[in-house]
Design a protein around this ligand. Structure first.
Ligand code: CP
Ligand code: NVA
Length: 309
């Protein structure tokens, strides 16, 4: 198939609402099939995937590899030392080589330009498994999880507390496609990218709030969401960030302010006692493990869509 008939998955906002809803419906459908023990659906039979990791991972690696193989395909893990993108090999060369072996490429990289270059030079679909800028597969899995627990994403209130990072950018891009109320409460100086906020506001379908006080905005949340304060590539800033993020820990008091219907979500890995307390992440209202499981189901549907299957 020519590339035009296939689809990269780089940003949620590259798709219209009907397509995002279709992918989420497909995820639920294939999830039910796999959960029933049925192993007869093998759409990826005879297909191979390269998985490029410039950063560490547990969920992304295992969920992609497991999902692709459960549906009949074979995935190949390439760790930080294998390609050494930008050092041992230019990104555009890696793209043009790998697409001669594989039907699909999944990549986790530092600079966002790397994923754009992979997609530009590869003749097969490229899936974004996290960049410094965004993490679309995570937020697709989160949407699936919210639909399962709340009943819908549309019209819900999602309050993110912490760093205005890649997770926030993907939430903002989701809010430019599906209408809901998205709030990001972050310390001054740690706001999300201005252009991305603007894009979500301009789409005009969701209510978008960026604030510096979680206590003021958390009431009535369907979901309170947190992530690490120092992302991959920022670990040397961890001590400084711990100071700057005082007051942004999701604790029992904040969850009480949110109200009785609020679920707690976190993309994981989590640092207990830093961005979230042990009590909150272990509470009955915490859905972080169903959320992690849904990475695999959301991504299976994303890959099916990317490959036109
Ligand atoms: N949430 C997430 O992407 O986890 P990993 O970094 O373990 O892949
Ligand atoms: N913001 C985090 C997400 C990890 C899944 C990071 O980029 O490290």
């Amino acid at each position: 198939k020519p590339k035009a008939e296939q689809t990269d998955f780089l940003h949620i906002s590259d798709f219209d609402k009907a397509t995002i809803v279709k992918i989420l419906d497909r995820a639920a459908e294939v999830k039910a099939l796999l959960k029933s023990g049925d192993r007869s659906f093998l759409p990826f039979k005879g297909k191979t995937m390269s998985m490029i990791f410039a950063k560490p991972s547990m969920r992304t690696r295992v969920s992609f590899e497991t999902g692709f193989s459960l549906l009949g395909g074979h995935a190949i893990y390439l760790g930080p030392d294998d390609i050494q993108m930008g050092k041992r090999e230019e990104t555009r060369d890696a793209a043009r080589v790998l697409c001669r072996y594989n039907d699909i490429i999944m990549a986790r990289v530092f600079g966002h330009q790397d994923i754009l270059d992979l997609a530009k030079y590869a003749t097969v679909p490229v899936i974004n498994g996290l960049t410094d800028y965004n993490h679309p597969c995570q937020i697709m899995a989160d949407a699936l999880t919210i639909i399962e627990h709340v009943g819908r994403l549309e019209g819900t209130k999602v309050v993110y507390v912490g760093d205005g990072n890649n997770i926030v950018h993907s939430w903002l891009l989701m809010a430019s496609v599906i209408p809901f109320h998205f709030v990001c409460a972050c310390p001054k100086g740690f706001e999300p990218d201005k252009e991305t906020v603007e894009k979500a506001r301009k789409a005009g379908i969701s209510k978008i709030e960026i604030t510096n006080d979680p206590k003021e905005v958390v009431q009535g949340a369907d979901v309170v969401y947190s992530d690490v304060w120092a992302s991959m590539g920022q670990k040397e800033e961890a001590a400084y960030r711990k100071q700057a993020f005082q007051g942004f820990q999701v604790d029992e008091f904040l969850m009480k302010l949110a109200g009785p219907k609020a679920y707690f979500m976190h993309c994981l890995p989590a640092e207990r006692g830093v961005e979230v307390t042990e009590g909150v992440i272990e509470a009955p209202y915490s859905i972080v493990f169903p959320q992690a499981e849904n990475r695999m189901h959301a991504q299976n549907a994303i890959m099916l869509h990317a490959l036109g299957l």
